[in-house]
Design a protein around this ligand. Structure first.
Ligand SMILES: [Zn+2]
Length: 523
């Protein structure tokens, strides 16, 4: 890792289905963090992509009468890449586990572990859930109901598991339990938030089994390099994307400059990332990730969001009405990042109106309209500053620093709450200073100019600070404020230093009124 490198990843998404707002939520969080670091002078790199191997994909493709690669191609082009546009993700790379760069270098990794004695041949019998693509412990199974009465079913999928018996290759993961526990102890930030760390630690403290890492009952996967009758277990394959995308195995210089990464994952796949993955890297002699952050679940009506529970909402159902900025703002602001959070159309609609349209959008419109009306659009110079003006400047500095500190701990919701203190304070400042009254009297002209100067400056600070979260609205506002250069090039950590452009120009409403919200029905 080079100084200032910030490599952040989303999970790669399984192409078996189409995206719902839970996937978009993960993408947006990683994108906001990447944009924030990029605009703070770091060499930020955002990776996302798709997970395309495994028995579940093979079965779905076969059921649809196409090859698994054709199925994956179709879903990537019609669903997963469009998702990134729907919620405005500025990713630097998109990896598919069927990319040659991934397959070839994943095989190198596996061969290396084999050569170093971390892999052995064994027999395995266990209950396998195709939905999870993993062998389940009996404690993960429950009695089926309805059509599956009398059978054991996966507690997550409520579908019967299969008793499989295979000759498999095993990774000696059990040998790494002590080193993993030492890692969690010595680096409390390795797994966050705290509840996730505690869960992972107690899981490893109960002891680790070795991991079956190959399958021979089907062939849709990366071939085990020393035995082509086996394909690599899909999770073992998928986790490697984080290093194969960064140059592992083929570009040592690039790899050294990017790795290690910060991984953003849903808490349901925490163990794969915080236990199996660092053990794999330890075996290969590669540095472990910088951090594994498990965010919470989105709940709709109290249920985890997933298509299998029939509560899936397509991100475009929200963005078609509210726009991508509002989607990004809402989920980053309303849900404490790391905790579960509830989505509701009512809450989204209320925050859109009160915070984005009335709070921020209206502030921007009023300030620009007053500069146009009272000063012919020329941003006035500040005269003597009053205590109220200086208080705004102090808040700009304070919230810039506070938001940056919150981002360091991935507390995106707290960063936004800090920035909103400036939104509220500026609105209150304008109400109290009454520039429209100052404009009526030539004797208060100097005061009017100081007030408008202060308001424009504050608005500029907000524009920069909010640009990672609502890039479209802030881009329009930056242009209207007459800001120099591209907004994306403005330094977030120095947002408060902006001293105003020369001339403002007209601004359309940033968050127009939405007349009626039709709640889409589940289908
Ligand atoms: Zn399952």
């Amino acid at each position: 890792m080079s100084a200032g490198s910030f490599y952040i990843t989303t999970p790669i998404f399984y192409v078996n289905d189409v995206p719902h707002i839970g996937h978009a939520y993960t993408e947006v969080a990683a994108d906001v963090l990447a944009r924030w670091h990029r605009q703070s002078g770091d060499d930020a790199w955002l990776l996302t992509g798709t997970d395309e191997h495994g028995q579940k994909i093979l079965r779905t493709a076969t059921a649809n009468g196409v090859t698994p690669k054709e199925w994956a191609d179709r879903l990537v082009e019609t669903a997963w890449k469009p998702l990134l546009q729907t919620v405005n993700i500025a990713n630097d790379d998109f990896i598919r586990t069927t990319d040659e760069r991934h397959e070839v270098n994943a095989q190198k990794f596996l061969q290396h572990l084999h050569d170093e004695g971390h892999i052995y041949t064994g027999e395995y019998e266990g209950y396998y859930c195709v939905g999870c693509e993993e062998y389940k412990q009996t404690s993960d199974l429950v009695d089926g109901t309805g059509e599956y009465a009398g059978q054991l079913v996966c507690a997550i999928h409520s579908k019967p598991v299969e008793l499989l018996h295979e000759k498999n290759y095993f990774f000696k993961m059990s040998a790494f339990a002590d080193r993993l526990l030492a890692l969690y102890e010595e680096n409390p930030n390795f797994v966050q938030p705290e509840a996730a760390r505690n869960e992972v630690m107690s899981f490893v403290q109960r002891g680790l089994s070795d991991l079956s890492i190959s399958r021979s009952s089907f062939d849709w996967g990366i071939k085990v390099p020393w035995d082509e009758s086996h394909v690599v277990y899909v999770w073992f394959d998928a986790l490697l994307n984080y290093i194969t995308a960064a140059g592992y195995g083929q570009n040592d210089e690039e790899f050294a400059s990017r790795w290690p990464a910060t991984h953003i994952v849903g808490k349901d796949i925490l163990r794969f990332h915080a236990v199996i993955w660092p053990a794999m890297l330890m075996a290969a002699g590669i540095e472990v990730p910088k951090q594994v952050f498990g965010h919470g679940w989105l709940l709709v009506g109290g249920e985890k969001m997933s298509k299998s529970k029939l509560t899936g909402i397509a991100p475009s159902q929200i963005t078609d009405t509210f726009g991508s900025d509002a989607f990004r703002y809402y989920f980053m602001r309303a849900i404490s990042f790391g905790q579960d959070g509830s989505f509701s159309w009512e809450d989204l609609s209320a925050r859109y109106q009160s915070e984005l349209a009335n709070g921020f959008g209206n502030l921007a419109s009023r300030v620009i309209a007053m500069v146009v009306r009272y000063c012919d659009g020329v941003v006035p110079a500040a005269g003597e500053l009053s205590a109220a003006d200086l208080a705004i400047a102090a808040t700009e500095k304070r919230v810039t620093d506070a938001a940056g500190a919150f981002i360091e701990t991935l507390a995106i919701h707290d960063a936004l709450a800090s920035v909103w203190e400036l939104v509220d304070e500026l609105n209150g400042y304008i109400t109290l200073q009454e520039p429209w009254a100052l404009a009526k009297n030539p004797e208060t002209r100097a005061r009017l100019e100081s007030v408008l100067h202060t308001a424009v400056r504050g608005l500029g600070t907000l524009t920069v600070l909010l640009s990672p979260v609502i890039p479209i609205a802030t881009g329009k506002l930056w242009t209207a404020l007459g800001g120099d250069g591209a907004l994306a090039d403005q330094r977030l950590d120095r947002a408060w230093e902006w001293s105003g452009g020369a001339q403002v120009s007209a601004l359309e409403p940033l968050f127009p009124r939405i007349e009626s919200i039709v709640e889409p029905s589940d289908d």
